[in-house]
Design a binder for this molecule. Structure first.
Ligand code: FAD
Length: 650
């Protein structure tokens, strides 16, 4: 009989507060095959780990179960400890009695009973585990960054400056993301373009960065260390090698549509450069709105282009790349005003979102930095700023705090007062959150020095009447009802993940939270690593954040990628599928079931084989195989059956 050792962690009060640990130790100690059972306050601490090492040697343990937190947190810690004693690391398993037990139960007796059952199931599984050798794969020292806002730019530059090649994929015609749209930035009020554009230029010129703008990731295969990527490059309809950027084409283009960059406040042409500092600074034809592409008429841009750069025949290209690691930095969007019917649902021209107000504040914006009402161009003399629109509203919209709105509202109000000194700036907020370096001082400056008025309370309605926007609210500090006529209203809309974040998550097969923000392995200890190895995240694709945080996270993700590139080979998990060829009936169902293309049919032997380098051990094939020929290493049918039997025996 193989000797099993079980080590039960209290995790302070996390487990010990709900589960009766002495009772667990007693009951498990009596279980057949258990040679030793012991508890510790913090098993992951050095004393806890050395206790495991000592007992393995002392008692000659052949199998080890640690009953503690989720394996995603400390499985590696404990497997390394076991390995130090000479035990094969895959003969140690975790019984998760924290996330799957103590954290989800309040009744101590029930939680204790469940913890005991969970541990017993894992003991049975571990007894049937095989000794495995982790395979290694060579690392391709080349990274891909998806999304070229400030977070993606920072990550790409850090990796490229360390001497490694980067493939940077941006879906828009230019890099820069939302930061390029901002006027001045809190808390220092330096001009956004002035700090961003030098970095954009550096990206465009960097010898280690292959920049694909107007492009998206189409497909990704392979695994950490060696991903195979297909990038779909949309046709610009302009030969960028011939284009001199003279601008004749867009000056003469007769077709006009709302400009995305200026948030619909002005129009752009169908052939356009998104903004003057764009990288690459070459135009693109928006085929959906181009007269030539719609009905074959026009062709003005081609006629006026002296270098013959206009190329209507350009076609979509699929580019294949091989990379070892992927950073996702796809950023955010603002929750649409049309979803807020009580504020007009997008019908009022002078009610704008924060990014529209940034464009009005910007010296290179549609009004050259003068604050003017979109409806009639008048200078607004009373502007209201409303916070938490769509955020912190679990009943109707998003439950979370968008984190940066309090700060940019203070900035907006302060800059408005600078532009219109005799104007009135009124901020409506539930409360004010300013928790970063120099942020509270910035807020105080807006409130006390610039004379911005803060009212506590969230308006219930806004009605357009007599060329004014009438706000209905209650000041929750004194209980007074207010009706306030304003010339303009700026809404701090919730920050939500970019439109196609869910699509990207599906393509990359990485998880998101309920709102569509990418999930990290651990919010405190591994904040930039995805749950799927080889994928990292940066910026607002993970959660709302400000520029300093996006930059820090971009650098952090880059550091993680560089850590991977410092190794020539990557040790991977051996829990792949295998086929018992004697049982395989060649039905090929598993080939279709495999989402990783890790199965191939051997025509000669008439059996299906597994490509271990591609297999991610997801188990889809095991479920699909009616013949029971496909099994997963250390998670075979017989192991699962034993675990289920234990539950029924209890
Ligand atoms: C009104 C307002 C004012 C603000 N003012 C300030 C301020 O003063 N100071 C401050 O610190 N912060 C400010 N911020 C926050 C700041 O905008 C963000 O912190 C920062 O821009 C986020 O950068 P990012 O790279 O994470 O995302 P983004 O800027 O959103 O960039 C993401 C990029 O990814 C691209 N992308 C998306 N999906 C794909 C895909 N599938 N494939 C390829 N590319 C893709 C996008 O096109 C975009 O270029 C403000 C925000 C708002 C809304």
């Amino acid at each position: 009989m193989k000797k099993v050792g079980v080590f039960v962690c209290h995790c302070g009060h996390n487990i010990g507060g709900t589960v009766d640990i002495p009772e667990v130790v007693k009951r498990i100690g009596e279980y057949p095959g258990v040679e030793h059972c012991e508890d510790h306050k913090y098993m992951c601490s050095e004393p806890g780990q050395s206790l495991i090492r000592e007992r393995i040697k002392e008692k000659g343990l052949a199998r080890v179960v640690v009953a503690c937190c989720s394996p995603s947190l400390h499985e590696e810690t404990f497997r390394r400890a076991a390995e130090n004693t000479g035990l094969n690391r895959y003969l140690l398993e975790i019984a998760n009695i924290r996330e799957q037990c103590s954290w989800v139960h309040a009744d101590k007796a029930e939680a204790t009973r469940k913890a005991i059952t969970l541990i017993k199931t894992i003991i049975e599984k571990t007894l049937l585990n095989d000794t495995l050798d982790p395979p290694t794969i060579p690392v391709v020292p080349r990274a891909m960054v998806i999304g070229a806002g400030i977070a993606g730019i920072q990550a790409a530059l850090d990796i490229a400056n360390s001497g490694y090649e980067v493939v940077l994929v941006e879906k828009s015609p230019s890099i820069g993301g939302h930061m390029a749209q901002l006027s001045e930035t809190f808390p220092t009020l330096d001009c956004s373009q002035c700090i961003l554009t030098p970095r954009m230029v550096e990206v465009g010129r960097h010898e280690n960065i292959d920049l694909y703008t107007y492009s998206e990731v189409d497909e990704i295969g392979g695994s950490a260390g060696d991903f195979k990527v297909k990038i779909r490059k949309k046709p610009r309809s302009v030969d960028v090698t011939k284009c001199t950027g003279c601008g004749d084409c867009f000056e003469k283009c007769p077709s006009k549509v709302p400009s995305q960059f200026d948030c619909g406040l002005v129009e752009r042409k169908a052939i356009y450069v998104p903004f003057p500092q764009a990288v690459p600074n070459k135009p693109v034809i928006d085929r959906d709105n181009c007269i030539y592409f719609k009905n074959g008429k026009c062709g003005v841009c081609k006629q006026v282009c002296e270098t013959g750069a206009i190329d209507y025949d350009q076609v979509e290209e699929i580019i294949e790349e091989e990379v070892g690691a992927v950073i996702v930095a796809t950023g955010y969007e603002l929750y649409p005003i049309r979803k807020i019917p009580e504020y007009g649902g997008g019908r009022y021209e002078d009610l704008v979102n924060g990014l529209q107000f940034e464009r009005l504040l910007s010296a290179s914006g549609p009004t050259q930095g003068e604050i003017r009402r979109p409806s009639d161009g008048a200078i607004p003399k009373r502007v209201a700023f409303i916070s938490c629109v769509g955020s912190r509203d679990p009943e109707h919209h998003m439950s979370y705090c968008s984190k940066i709105c309090c700060m940019y509202m203070a900035k907006h109000a302060l800059l408005y007062k600078n532009h219109v000194p005799d104007g009135e700036a009124i901020v409506f907020s539930i409360d004010v959150r300013t928790s970063s370096k120099d942020y509270e001082e910035f807020f105080t400056r807006a409130k006390d020095e610039a004379g911005v008025i803060y009212i506590r309370g969230k308006p219930s309605r806004i009605i357009e009447r007599d060329n004014k926007l009438e706000i209905w609210a209650v000041n929750t500090l004194n209980g007074k009802h207010l009706r306030l006529d304003c010339d303009m209203v700026v809404l701090s809309m919730a920050m939500v993940p970019s439109d196609d974040a869910i699509g990207i998550a599906k393509k990359l097969r990485i998880p998101t939270n309920a709102h569509g923000f990418f999930s990290e392995v651990h919010p405190k200890l591994r904040p930039v690593e995805s749950l799927v190895r080889g994928f990292y995240m940066a910026g607002c694709s993970q959660a709302p954040k400000d520029i300093p945080e996006c930059v820090a996270q971009g650098s952090a993700a880059a550091a993680k990628v560089l850590e991977m590139f410092s190794k020539k080979e990557l040790v991977t998990e051996p829990f792949v599928a295998y086929v018992d060829t004697d049982l395989c009936v060649a039905c090929k169902t598993c080939i279709n079931a495999c989402p990783y293309d890790a199965r191939e049919f051997d025509e000669e032997k008439k059996v299906v084989l597994v490509n271990e380098a591609l297999c991610q051990g997801c188990g889809s094939c095991v479920v699909a195989c009616a013949a029971g020929a496909t099994q997963q290493k250390n998670l075979a049918d017989k192991q699962i059956s034993r675990m289920v039997e234990v539950i029924f025996d209890e």
